[in-house]
Design a protein around this ligand. Structure first.
Ligand SMILES: Nc1ncnc2c1ncn2[C@@H]1O[C@H](COP(=O)(O)OP(=O)(O)OP(=O)(O)O)[C@@H](O)[C@H]1O
Length: 560
């Protein structure tokens, strides 16, 4: 509701007379003609004003300051005229009749910013991966992001990483008091480090065991911001709608908040990883495994590997069990899209966190709501699959604007399970191709999609004879460590699993391109290969919050 209390006066912009008006929620300025009639109005929500400074100021591409008496400069979110989700830094310089009036304007605007931006961060912890993507993380941060943070009065503690997992370890161990959020400048790998660090830290502090899939995890109190500077920036694309460092920085500054479901992946009663975008077995795992061999090719490696893996024409035997979500709430084929202010996600928030204003009761209310055992029956399917995928979001990207599952939701506490049964190569090509167009990839007889809360994946039982054969192959290998066959520790599980992968590769080499009966694939978990094949996945509703607002509607019209 618009408040009547506000501030209003004549101001001048480039010698033209304007009327500037600040009401409760909006700041607007209207150009007046010679007869004092309105010509053109610009209206900006106060929540999208980035900063107000006295004098004439410019910060991008370079900083310049002119300390004049009667001027003030307002910076705000300016949406790209071509539509889409691209945001620019709008800037306007006003001249007042007196210095007193100028001071009043800056004071009123700054007060309004405080009132209408309760989630705006004051202090941020920033991790820059200097080697991500095109190795421009540092430059992007210092030339684009830091000036915007400074303008908005945000103080940042910046760490340029020197090794992989440094950001995750820092979040797990160091003092995070005083920080409102954590920002990564990098790609999906860096985001994943922040995700693991923050979730781990939050559960440690809450005394919760991450290994037990039945436990309802505690949502992370710190927000995550992503400044895209990687070679894959899928999470940024799916939550902001565009890969642009300035747009992401502006979302952070205004304290946008987008909750995100997270899938925990378990093996043998231990947590293995967390995933937000793609957890894929079969084709998706094979492409990642193949692309790792060709890292030197850069992003091109994914196209080359995709073609090679497609030509291998493989399918894999598997048993998939899933716990369906309530079909009355939403469906992966209901043709809705999860856009900014999504109703399905909002209804889920009310359903999942009925007492969300009372933080002490948050975890207990979530536990009863999301407890998988009390809701529904597990469904089992078994057979040969081209691929099995679970995604907690649409996983849209520049290549596939509607994504793996176009109607998936960011924050409804569910994931979409996609099962692609074994089929002829042209059928599978059609399925893959449809990801790049607007045609429905689920409208094929060999494809199923289910909205789920949990998934269990196992390999079919092998006969004693097959086991013996595999055992001999493994024993015959040259470098078997003495503890390798011991059961128990994660380390021995990891070693054993790696050995299995090697055996599979040897078999593939012998069979050549024509063979499609390789024993097992690998899991691609948000771009990382998992060490285990038999896994249990559980979707945790809104476990983390991003400085984002989801894809705005205009952007989606542009890409359809
Ligand atoms: N200083 C560092 N040296 C080496 N590796 C690092 C460093 N900092 C972060 N990393 C690791 O680099 C990986 C990739 O980083 P990031 O996601 O930022 O870039 P990317 O180019 O998108 O990655 P990818 O190579 O997966 O496409 C991350 O998983 C992270 O753990």
């Amino acid at each position: 509701m618009e408040s009547d209390v506000g501030f209003e006066s004549s101001v001048w912009v480039c010698r033209k007379r304007y009327r500037a008006v600040l009401t409760g929620w909006h700041f607007k300025w209207t150009e007046l003609d010679k007869n004092n009639r309105d010509k053109k109005t610009v209206l900006v929500p106060v929540s999208e004003v980035i900063g107000v400074e006295q004098g004439r100021l410019q910060i991008l591409p370079r900083k310049s300051v002119e300390d004049t008496e009667k001027d003030f400069t307002v910076f705000y979110v300016n949406r790209s005229t071509s539509g889409g989700s691209l945001w620019q830094l709008g800037r306007i310089q006003f001249t007042c009749l007196s210095r007193t009036l100028r001071d009043q304007w800056t004071e009123h605007l700054r007060t309004a910013l405080k009132t209408h931006g309760p989630l705006r961060p004051h202090k941020l912890l920033v991790f820059i991966n200097p080697f991500g993507g095109k190795k421009k993380g540092r430059q992007i941060y210092h030339s684009v992001v830091a000036p915007v943070f400074e303008l908005a009065g945000i103080s940042s503690h910046v760490i340029v990483t020197e090794r992989a997992h440094q950001a995750r370890d820092y979040l797990l161990k160091k003092n995070l008091t005083g920080f409102d959020g954590v920002v990564c400048v990098g790609g999906d790998g860096m985001f994943s480090e922040l995700l693991h660090g923050l979730i781990g830290r939050t559960q440690q502090e809450a005394g919760l065991c991450e290994n037990d899939p039945a436990v309802t995890l505690q949502p992370c109190p710190l927000h995550i911001g992503i400044i895209p500077a990687g070679s894959t920036d899928c999470v940024c694309y799916a939550t902001v709608g565009v890969i642009d460092p300035l747009t992401s920085a502006l979302h952070i500054v205004i304290g946008d908040s987008q909750p995100l479901d997270v899938c925990s992946v378990h093996h043998a009663s231990a947590i293995v990883r967390y995933s937000v975008s793609l957890l894929g077995y079969g084709f998706y795992g094979d492409v990642l495994a193949e692309s790792e061999k060709h890292r030197w090719m850069g992003p091109l490696r994914y196209d080359i590997s995709g073609s090679l893996v497609y030509l291998r024409n493989r399918s894999y035997a598997a048993k998939v069990e899933y716990l369906p979500a309530d079909p009355l709430l939403s469906s992966p084929r209901d043709k809705t899209r999860c856009l900014s202010g999504c109703r399905v996600c909002s209804r889920s928030t009310e359903r999942l966190f009925p007492n969300h204003s009372d933080s002490s009761s948050l975890s207990s209310s979530r536990f009863s709501q999301t407890s998988t055992d009390s809701e529904g029956e597990w469904v089992t399917v078994e057979g040969r699959f081209r691929c099995v995928a679970l995604t907690c979001m649409s996983s849209s990207c520049a290549r596939s604007p509607l994504g793996l599952s176009p109607s998936a939701h960011l924050a409804d506490g569910t994931g979409d399970l996609i099962l692609v049964w074994d089929t002829h190569p042209l059928g599978f090509l059609k399925f893959l191709y449809r990801h790049t167009s607007t045609e429905d990839q689920f409208d094929l007889p060999f494809v199923e999609v289910h909205r789920v809360k949990a998934v269990r994946f196992s390999l079919p039982k092998v006969s004693e004879e097959q086991k013996q054969e595999e055992f001999s192959e493994l024993r015959g290998a040259d470098e078997v460590e003495s503890g390798y066959l011991d059961n128990g520790s994660q380390q021995s599980l990891l070693q054993r699993d790696t050995r299995h992968q090697e055996t599979d590769e040897q078999k593939t080499f012998l069979c050549g391109l024509c063979c499609n009966k390789t024993a097992a694939s690998v899991w691609n978990c948000d771009g990382e290969i998992l060490s285990f094949k038999e896994i249990l996945c559980k979707v945790h509703a809104q476990l983390v919050c991003l400085y984002a607002r989801g894809i705005e509607e205009a952007a989606i019209r542009n890409c359809i």
